[in-house]
Design a binder for this molecule. Structure first.
Ligand SMILES: [Zn+2]
Length: 79
């Protein structure tokens, strides 16, 4: 789990190099669970992954998926 950030950065790097401007939903889905996990831990995801944040602001489907993930994470983190 500690390597999630490293893994995510590698993945993002790949995505960013192939798509310069915007991610599509498929690409966001691939990183969304890690993104949500980081966000739940209080990490600065908007700085680390601005493209994902940007997509979530634009895309209702992914935003809902993100909210759902956050709910699950919050529940699992609450004793
Ligand atoms: Zn989307």
């Amino acid at each position: 789990m500690k390597d999630s950030m490293k893994m995510l950065k590698g993945l993002l790097q790949k995505i960013i190099h192939t798509h310069e401007d915007e991610l599509d939903c498929q690409q966001v889905y691939e990183v969304l669970d890690v993104y949500a996990e980081m966000s739940a831990r209080g990490e600065d995801v908007s700085a680390a992954l601005p493209m994902v944040k940007h997509h979530l602001e634009m895309c209702k489907d992914c935003e809902e998926e993100f909210e759902a993930l956050m709910r699950v994470l919050e529940e699992s983190h609450t004793p």
